[in-house]
Design a protein around this ligand. Structure first.
Ligand code: M6R
Length: 599
């Protein structure tokens, strides 16, 4: 949510900043801007819209300087326009800031500054930080920032520069920032993807920390001025992983990467008919488990609840992370709270974990991005190793999360001295192949998508383990194609949504050959009787299905617990092709951002 990059070194800052913004564009794309210091003067260039529009401005090529900051925005306060775009400056145009997060006491601070004669020009909460730092500035940017932040309530990932200081200052509370250490140059960004081209050596800032970067040096302190010695981490992702690799969109590439991402999460963890994880809690003390997540990750949590309750017989609650801490959850040292997040930066999930820790619960994370905020908050966890997921719509991270939850359940079963069903382990091993088979049918799925691309509403239905699959299928379609879609438990349809069904309503059934099959067939009959247009994801064709469904997508039969993974793939492809036929901006759907770092 909003991308930030800053540079200080010997090179021209503008091309580095623009390239960084392009990498970060998946975090927000309402407006973008850069600020570079040239001969002790700040040059700010901003534009509403995507980075491509900023890039076209001729004045951009006219600013030469080697200290700069830049931002791509996902609007929170104030509409997406040029004035509200970052960087923001103080009235004297000496201080420029880019900000990610929300300033909660914005109105109070604004009033205070206006009463003192400061001229605030934008509708953003961010601009006031530039004025506040200016108020305290007396020759040292770091000190002025610390003083100003003392008055700020809320979340910030903040990068600041001063026209007369050859340095960048970065401060964090709640919104991620990472420092990149180069040779004779330093970087700061809201996530590592923007740094990978320049350096693999990074330092993650924690909350209430401030960094000051000069070309050859960095210092990190707490916001109250104590020096801190921090570890330098090494980024493992490679630059190639950040390319589309011949695919039209990152989303399509990531769908097709799933055989590999599943192999990666299993590697070294399933061995000798057992599951090995390194988790830092004593399972015997755990009496209940709570899974917290948002969006797609929340759908994986719903599947995880089935896994854990079935295999381990421990009660599991699934919470939207955003609701969790406001309901004063019943937790104690016998509870285990599992945060599930691709980015590891989702503010609500992070807040949920902090709440769990306050209540003495044990915490673990199921996270893709190594070193992200959630991973640093939990006591241990399971990395997905899915590689960078750039498409805003999550695909490969989802299937890896489901596998991670199954591994967790099997591991807990082992801890309980219960045997692990060989069929599940074999199923896990053959999962990449199964997914490859589904991917082989992408052309057929594309044809169905073409036929249904102009429909205005879709219903997705599934039962049991595949009810979350239906929810996820519907979410994928609405996120990237803007078609209204709802997921429902198939049997619940007759308690309301059935009223929507007519000959213009496609209903996608997830219908594996398991215990729910016969019941789902009855639900299909109910839809057919009302002339609904059925798309069925099935394991094998039979006469009954052929009679009821207009469109059939066959996927290989797996062990029951793995069916949500295999069944999700055609739904991802279906949503992708519909959105592509409609000409949608698939990797950057309107109004969305890849990681939501505001609560
Ligand atoms: O990074 P996270 O997994 O914590 O993100 C959670 C949601 O914001 C995310 O899954 C979102 O719903 C995606 N756009 C889904 O495709």
């Amino acid at each position: 949510m909003c991308g930030i990059i800053g540079y200080v070194g010997e090179k021209e800052a503008v091309p580095i900043l623009i390239k960084g913004l392009e990498t970060l564009e998946y975090r927000g794309y309402d407006s973008a801007g850069v600020c570079v210091s040239v001969s002790e003067e700040l040059n700010v260039i901003k534009k509403k819209g995507k980075i491509a529009e900023l890039k076209q401005l001729p004045e951009l090529s006219q600013i030469n300087g080697n200290v700069g900051i830049a931002h791509t925005r996902w609007a929170t306060h104030g509409e997406p326009n040029e004035i509200n775009a970052h960087p923001h400056t103080d009235s004297k145009k000496e201080i420029a800031i880019v900000h990610n997060g929300i300033i909660e006491n914005y109105y109070t601070l604004k009033k205070l500054l206006e009463d003192e004669g400061y001229n605030i020009v934008s509708e953003t909460d961010s601009e006031i930080i530039a004025h506040l730092i200016s108020k305290f500035y007396s020759g040292n940017l770091e000190e002025a920032t610390m003083k100003a932040l003392h008055f700020v309530e809320g979340a910030f990932g903040l990068v600041i520069m001063h026209s007369r200081e050859r340095k960048i200052v970065a401060a964090r509370k709640g919104s991620p920032l990472v420092i990149g250490i180069g040779n004779g140059e330093m970087f700061v960004a809201s996530d590592i993807t923007a740094l990978m081209e320049h350096t693999k050596r990074v330092i993650y800032l924690n909350d209430d920390e401030i960094a000051t970067l000069t070309p050859n040096n960095y210092s990190i302190k707490t916001l109250d001025g104590k020096e801190i010695d921090k570890n330098i981490d090494e980024i493992k992702w490679t630059v190639d992983q950040m390319e589309k690799g011949g695919f039209k969109h990152f989303m399509l590439k990531e769908i097709f990467e799933q055989p590999e991402s599943i192999r990666n999460i299993l590697r070294g963890r399933v061995k000798d008919n057992s599951v090995n994880l390194t988790l830092d809690f004593d399972f015997k003390e755990i009496e209940k488990i709570v899974l917290v997540a948002c969006g797609t990750s929340w759908h994986s949590a719903l599947i995880g609840k089935h896994f854990i309750e079935k295999l381990v017989r421990i009660p599991v609650e699934v919470d939207y992370a955003s609701e969790f801490r406001y309901r004063d959850p019943l937790l104690d040292e016998k509870s285990l709270v599992v945060a599930i997040s691709q980015s590891g930066e989702t503010a609500d999930t992070l807040a949920a974990i902090k709440e769990a820790k306050k209540k003495k619960a044990k915490t673990i994370g199921i996270v893709n991005v190594v070193g992200s905020s959630i991973t640093r908050e939990v006591s241990s966890g399971i990395y997905l190793h899915a590689g960078p997921e750039i498409g805003v719509a999550s695909t490969k991270a989802f299937t890896s999360q489901v596998v991670a939850l199954l591994l967790l359940s099997l591991y807990l079963r082992k801890e309980k001295n219960l045997s692990i069903d060989k069929e599940i382990l074999d199923g896990l091993e053959s999962l990449p192949e199964m997914i490859e088979k589904v991917l082989d049918s992408s052309e057929e799925i594309k044809k169905i998508a073409e036929k249904l691309k102009d429909k205005k509403n879709f219903l997705y239905l599934g039962r049991g383990l595949n009810f979350p699959t239906a929810l996820e299928g519907a979410l994928k379609l609405k996120e990237i194609s803007y078609i209204h879609a709802e997921g429902y438990p198939a049997a619940e349809m007759k308690h309301g949504p059935i009223a929507l069904i007519d000959d213009d309503m496609p209903v996608v059934f997830v219908c594996p050959k398991d215990d729910t099959y016969k019941k789902i067939m009855s639900n299909m009959e109910e839809v057919k009787a009302r002339k609904g247009n059925i798309v069925a994801v099935i394991n094998e064709k039979d006469d009954k299905i052929s009679e009821l469904a207009e469109h059939v997508i066959e996927v290989p039969k797996t062990s029951e617990l793995l069916s949500p993974i295999v069944n999700s793939i055609p739904l991802q492809l279906f949503a992708y092709y519909i959105a592509d036929f409609k000409g949608c901006d698939i990797d950057k759907p309107r109004n969305l951002a890849k990681s939501v770092t505001v609560e």
